[in-house]
Design a binder for this molecule. Structure first.
Ligand code: SF4
Length: 484
């Protein structure tokens, strides 16, 4: 899945432009291109690479405009590598930026003072993307979040009042989508249950398959959960963030919590044939290293194979960033390292190296194929995941089947082979739909990708951490400034 930003920006661009979209996740930047103007979208993970690309195109004479959260909150740095930054929402400002470009009076910053009317959006220009490399496309139906968690930029960027697209406008976009697999990138799709039920009823006839981000409270509304399953939902991403209530208090996360209700909610969601991708963060001031074992045990107890485990980081623009900067607890490191897989802060109660070592040990345990098989046995054996998803093109089917065969059957790891044959056994006995079974194995491969990359760089990463580690942070203790 490639980000929604560029096809959305392309849809806003006047018709007299000849537009190309490139994404390095699915192909290389062409060496021969000589554009007049280049728009680059940024997040933390891609910030440094975005600036390198900007430098390259400026050297070729192009004007470079950055957008996205990373450039929006590091605009001074972005302007060293580009001519302009579009801060926050692009609608209206991108068109203004292009008009100024044509008149030779590009301004450094384009920033909207009001939130855009979001009711009706132009469909993203997927026709400009090489769809041979894309399995799933993104769609967004709402902007905003009424909450204001310290580590998050969403309500700061899009406001605390929710804005929704008209259901008809969404349905038009879904009908025109180039594939039947989608992901709703709304930060909490189900926050307005009345709206989302109307949306679900409208999309059931489209026979699409999709995932989204939402809270566990979908399980408290049986009608909503059934509608979501009927409309093709196969996966929800839930930000548990922490199992430690004091850490949730510390970060002002006041919803999607409540230890005892988790068990029943997870059981109901699984019974509806919907996977849960569970996100957790460790490194809050109220955390100790014990949080890692608590998360591992929780994932075993509730059969959660997909776990996104992150170390607390501080994205520029967040309250967490402000607090850690004020306390002199930010370490200066490359932005792509600060996305939750590498320690970038001066943590309380744990040294950076202890935190990193325990993190690596935990993700290795979470994603050992033995652990995954144990969870899969409990999760799939009762036949809840038999609802087939949308069909995919034959060429993609062949490619995905080959990857599964190569990565599992030809693997030297006996646990991988056992998982493969276990899933095939379920498929043969109709206890799991074929796309769900193969999709599960492919997803697990995706999850293990960054673990493999970390293991490759382990020596270098540990040395980087040892060079900067100052031990646990102690409140009110002078002389603890991290190296810059
Ligand atoms: S983490 Fe989720 S609930 Fe909290 S502010 Fe961000 S989007 Fe809203």
């Amino acid at each position: 899945m490639i980000p929604l930003a560029l096809p959305t920006i392309a849809a806003l661009t006047p018709g007299h432009y000849d537009i190309s979209i490139f994404d390095e996740e699915i192909g290389e930047l062409p060496g021969h291109a000589r554009p007049d103007i280049v728009g680059i979208t940024t997040i933390d993970a891609t910030g440094r690479r975005a600036f390198e690309i900007g430098d390259r195109y400026r050297a070729l004479g192009a004007k470079v405009v950055y957008g996205g959260p990373f450039a929006s909150y590091t605009r001074e740095e972005a302007l060293k590598h580009g001519d302009s930054v579009v801060v926050g929402e692009a609608e209206g400002k991108w068109e203004e930026c292009l008009a100024d470009f044509e008149n030779g009076c590009l301004k450094p910053v384009y920033e909207t003072q009001t939130y855009v009317d979001y009711k009706s959006q132009k469909p993203p220009r997927w026709d400009l993307v090489d769809m041979n490399r894309v399995f799933q496309v993104a769609i967004q139906v709402s902007r905003g979040c009424p909450f204001d968690c310290d580590f998050c930029l969403v309500s700061k960027t899009f406001g605390r009042k929710m804005r929704y697209r008209d259901v008809e406008n969404v349905v038009e976009e879904l009908k025109a989508a180039p594939v039947k697999y989608l992901f709703f990138v709304d930060d909490n799709l189900t926050i307005n249950k009345k709206y989302v039920k109307e949306l679900m009823r409208a999309i059931i006839p489209l026979k699409i398959s999709w995932g989204c981000m939402c809270s566990l409270d979908v399980a408290t509304d049986d009608e909503l959960l059934t509608l979501m399953a009927d409309a093709g939902c196969f996966n929800i991403l839930v930000g548990f963030e922490s199992l430690n209530p004091e850490s949730l208090d510390e970060s002002h996360k006041h919803h999607n919590r409540g230890g005892s209700i988790y068990a029943e909610a997870i059981r109901k969601i699984h019974a509806a044939g919907i996977h849960i991708s569970a996100s957790f963060v460790v490194g809050f001031d109220n955390d100790t290293l014990d949080e890692f074992d608590r998360i591992f045990n929780f994932s075993m107890e509730h059969n959660l194979p997909y776990v996104n485990l992150h170390l607390l980081n501080a994205a520029p623009g967040t309250e967490t960033h402000r607090k850690f900067q004020q306390e002199g607890r930010l370490f200066n490191c490359e932005p792509e390292l600060g996305v939750g897989h590498f320690p970038t802060l001066h943590y309380m109660n744990m040294s950076q190296i202890d935190l990193f070592d325990k993190y690596m040990e935990t993700i290795s345990r979470l994603y050992s194929f033995k652990t995954i098989r144990a969870k899969a046995e409990a999760l799939f054996s009762n036949g809840a995941f038999t609802r087939a998803g949308s069909d995919i093109p034959a060429s993609l089917k062949v490619r995905l089947s080959w990857i599964t065969f190569k990565e599992f059957v030809l693997s030297t790891d006996p646990e991988r082979r056992k998982l493969f044959w276990f899933i095939i056994g379920l498929i043969r006995t109709d206890r799991i739909a074929i796309d769900k079974g193969l999709g599960f194995m492919l997803s697990i491969l995706g999850y293990t990708r960054h673990i493999r990359s970390h293991h490759r760089n382990m020596k270098e990463f540990r040395q980087m951490i040892l060079d900067q580690d100052k031990g646990p942070w102690i409140k009110n203790e002078p002389n603890q400034q991290p190296p810059v």
